[in-house]
Design a protein around this ligand. Structure first.
Ligand code: SF4
Ligand code: SF4
Ligand code: SF4
Length: 282
């Protein structure tokens, strides 16, 4: 088995946010005609799949900044609530989303206790770098840069890991005892966010601080995103079927009408023919 996971060493991290911008460059921005295209949002960091959040102590003082992202939970509520199976766990333990199956209902956005999922609500120009890049309407989150996976199944390097000059990010396989991330998790103090949720998160934060990640910032999805989801759900689940049934009925009734008309014309012609024949006999 393979269970891919990430370690973010908050002791090494200098908060340069090279990882945040690398993620945006790789997964969010679009390109074409020698230009860069940005999503229509005030602050593009909102769409980065790894975002800085402050953690506060009981007195409301900010004590730490963590890079929050999808936790690639082993028991992910987002997968559990998805009505179409669009959200799923890959065989190497990465939580992914099949945009072809997604009906954009937004249930996964609401179900994620970490607020890891965003949604692009208006389209923009340019070509994405790959198939797993952000798409309008489809809930978006970290994929561990799954598009970088190669056919030989070897471990790839996510864009954020590649960008970190301080080796604060590591990506590896929890099921491979030789993988360096297991040595780190066996020898260093780490925390995982909201462990009490029972989601079994797989992004681990190494820290010397007595950091209670029960206080991990849970980001509420923006109302416009939820509205978009509700509207999309109504459109896909209620209006489109009504239009489909209505159109099908119209086609069927139209066909019945044509057949009946044809039969009536035939009958009339036969009656006229009979009349003519009777006239001729008389
Ligand atoms: S690139 Fe590395 S050091 Fe910079 S913010 Fe990200 S994890 Fe921290
Ligand atoms: S962090 Fe949220 S989006 Fe990511 S796997 Fe867990 S429940 Fe799903
Ligand atoms: S693994 Fe890829 S998608 Fe996930 S935060 Fe890093 S750069 Fe973004």
């Amino acid at each position: 088995m393979t269970r891919l996971a990430m370690v973010i060493d908050l002791n090494k991290c200098v908060r340069c946010y090279a990882c945040v911008y690398a993620c945006i460059r790789e997964n969010i921005l679009r390109y074409g005609d020698g230009k860069i295209f940005y999503p229509p949002v005030e602050n593009v960091i909102y769409y980065s799949r790894t975002r800085p959040f402050s953690v506060y102590d009981d007195n409301g003082n900010a004590i730490e900044t963590v890079l929050a992202q999808c936790e690639h939970c082993e028991d992910p509520p987002c997968v559990e609530v998805c009505p179409t199976g669009a959200s799923y766990i890959s065989k190497d333990g990465v939580v992914l989303l099949d945009s072809n199956k997604c009906i954009q209902c937004g249930l996964c956005i609401v179900a994620c206790p970490y607020g890891a999922r965003t949604r692009l609500t208006a389209n923009f120009d340019g070509e994405p770098l790959h198939d797993y890049a952000i798409k309008v309407g489809i809930p978006d989150k970290c994929t561990f840069c799954y598009h970088r996976k190669t056919d030989d199944n070897s471990l790839w390097t996510p864009a954020c890991v590649e960008a970190c000059a301080f080796n604060a990010r590591m990506f590896g396989d929890l099921d491979n005892p030789q993988d360096p991330i297991n040595e780190i998790l066996n020898s260093k103090k780490y925390v995982v966010p909201k462990i009490d949720f029972g989601t079994r998160p797989k992004v681990f934060y190494v820290t010397n601080k007595p950091l209670a990640l029960e206080k991990y910032p849970v980001r509420k999805p923006l109302q416009e995103i939820l509205n978009f989801g509700i509207w999309s759900y109504v459109k896909k689940k209620i209006m489109e079927p009504i239009v489909l049934v209505g159109t099908s009925l119209a086609v069927i009734l139209g066909a019945i009408h044509i057949v009946r008309e044809h039969a009536r014309e035939k009958r009339e012609k036969e009656e006229v023919q009979e009349e003519v024949e009777k006239e001729e006999v008389n």
